[in-house]
Design a protein around this ligand. Sequence first.
Ligand SMILES: [Zn+2]
Length: 428
Amino acid sequence: MHRWLGCILFVGFALPGLAQPGKGRWAVADDVQRDSFHLRRTFFPCSVPEHYAPDTSLLPESLVYRIRINVHIINDSRGRYNFSEAEGRRWVQDLVAQANNRLAANQKPWLPQGNQIPALPIPFRYVLTGRPYVPGDDGIYFHYDDELFYMNKKARGPGVVNNVYDERQFQRYGIQKDTVINIFLIEHHPDSLFSPTYKASHDGVGKSNHAKLVGQYHLSRKITLLPNGDTLRFTPWEAAGLFNHELGHVLGLSHTWNLDDGCDDTPKHAGCWNFNEPPGCEEVSNNVMDYNAYQSAYTPCQIGKMVMSFHQDKGTRRFLIPDWCSYDPQKTWVIPGGRTVELNRSLDWTGDIIVRKKATLVVRCTLSLPPEARIVLQPGSALVVDGGLITSRCSRPFAGIWLQESRRQRPAIVWKRQGTITHALHPL
Ligand SMILES: [Zn+2]
């Protein structure tokens, strides 16, 4: 086995997983020890958001989930009140790039003051996604519609349309609604812009399958002169703060300042926009899910909450580029000898897993492997499926559990609390 692995490393090309399985045999039902001890479940590790936050001590490499989005710009029928197609296309590409840059630059949260909460890397990025069957479709669309190009935030009450919650943009123009998050850029009504009492701010909404962002074109045209003579422009970087906020809602996050959002690391607070803004404000948040001038921080729990949903069929998994069924023979997770790894979260791993001598892998949630991939158990190692499920979330099964036995030691496979292994080419 060592020689074979060395071969991969030194020769530098991938050997197919099944063709050269090394010395050993596939595990069968008789290899499984069933632990009938029934522990009453008071601990549900699979639904603890923090277990899904990036953890370099758990996984050998950081995962990156790719979220499919598209963006629609809706203008009036004469094309007067929103971006032109040439400018709009550039704006959207820049907006998505800046939203991803903000994800890449996650900041430590400012609240509560004096906290020790780390700024963890955000494990996802947005990808503009067109229809694969439409040549040249880049996931950016333009519509001309006198009824739906605007929002009126003063429109309230039952039956009232054109407020921010109006879903007709999504209903009329949504594309690939089941697999791609549709984002609509609309404007404030031109009449409202003339009203001295109407604040044409950057507004938005994030629903379970789409988002709307309001006023970017108007704001991009305005130049604010600061007291020191500098000018302030509303650029895609500024727009990307609210973009991430509304996408945060789509990905399952709530506001933090006034609600219990299910996270212990996002304290409630006064909801200030900025320091001394409104006057007297001292305690300012930089959390993405608040309304503030920064929107630059996601806490570990918030990150975990979004990633947890990526693993749930009824969550946001449908919006991910489904790359978990492509076997990557270079991506081998080796659990070093003597170590115990407890997998208290669901995971899509796209390579093999090798549990070295005297190491233990405990699986408590769903572990999915692609076709060709296998779990290799070396002599004296253990695989404990403790209430978890090892499977392939793909149409084709994963290869199975490969056992390496020495004269003195065999690996152990233990099923606890209805743990199970399904959808394996070599079933147990
Ligand atoms: Zn919000």
